[in-house]
Design a protein around this ligand. Sequence first.
Ligand code: GTP
Ligand code: MG
Length: 438
Amino acid sequence: MGIRIYQLADELDLENKELIDILQELDIDINSHMSTIEEDTADIVRDMFEEEETEEESLENVIEVEDVLTVKELGEELDVKPNKLITELINMGTMATINQDLDMETMEELAAEYGYQIKEVEGEDEEEDIYGLVNDYEDKEEDLELRPPVVTVMGHVDHGKTTLLDAIRKTNVTEGEAGGITQHIGAYQVEVNDQKVTFLDTPGHEAFTSMRARGAQATDVAIIIVAADDGVMPQTVEAINHAQAAEVPIIVAVNKIDKPNAQPEKVKQELTEHGLVVEEWGGDTVTVPISALKQQNLDELLEMVLLTAEMEELKANPNRPANGVIVEAELDRGRGPVATALVKNGTLNIGDYIVAGSAHGRVRAMIDDHGQRVEKAGPATPVEVLGLSDVPSAGDILEVMPSGTNARDIAEEREEEKRARELVDHKTAVNLDDLFEQ
Ligand code: GTP
Ligand code: MG
């Protein structure tokens, strides 16, 4: 019976006329009365088109372009000297210079000359991080002053992070102060050999990652703590990866050496498997065996921290509006949103207009790590900040703004963007659910 020409043309996305031309080329008999061809013959034509399509797909000579290219760029893609392309263009009646943008049509024509095809592709929209620094403030070299190092303690659950931080704090504050310290806080500063050092309890891996993504790397030295009775565990590996990705020097504290089942040598072996070769074995990873609980060898650990930090020559400009990062934050029933911030650069003052993530406000009060009210906080100082409109997230950047309106506008913009993104995420989730329901 066969198939009608117009049906086949439709199927192959051709005009009737085009199909008829092809059929004539192939010397195929058309039943002109019925305008049909044999099914077998139709298959031959179908195969032809199928092959052509796959051929097109596998064409190596396809140049994918997102946007217009200049003569020079197209030359690089085609592996042709730009001068040659300029000559071609002149022949085509266009005067062009080497850095001139070419439109799609011209690019296609030129590419065809060299057996290439141009394929327009959509560029991937990179999600812009609107939570980054707003004021890009360049510091002059002569305004920079040495600042204390910021040390973050990371490690697997229960390997002793908090115990170590508390021990360092207790053994490094003066007698008078010691009595006043009862509760653990996420960030504090101590003095070791007359040198200030700021410590951060792990602000959670997530916060660490977001700080890194925002270029707000707050850590200068990472202490990775590994319990000698447990060894390298998943979160130890994660911590190693984070520190390495952030290019932060690592000191390994092998903890709980007081325990009878401690196996510090085994820990060193396991570290090697993750790219950290200890000094005794010819590598450059510093390890210090300690007992956080029994406060053994903590001085040596701190000495190694100071040595490492000294090599970094850490500087900041205390005489400029502050920026920093939120280490932790909560809603206090009496005081409202309370954020522990680490000032990275500049000095934060009472009365400053600030934005932190999608929260904004004016610094109403600041409390240091000894529970004392302070008027200002300079580089590498951890401080509790009161006066924000909302509770920011750990890892959010805190920044001083020129005015209250300014701070509010930015916070609102971020809030809106956050909502829009959540909406998109939500939609995607619903669609996936729909799929699974079927
Ligand atoms: P998370 O915050 O839950 O991840 O744990 P962490 O790493 O902060 O551990 P933490 O300091 O809470 O210690 C966990 C347990 O190990 C506690 O019971 C500590 O007393 C104990 N511990 C910590 N350090 C030592 C040590 O050096 N020796 C011994 N024997 N026990 C220790
Ligand atoms: Mg802890």
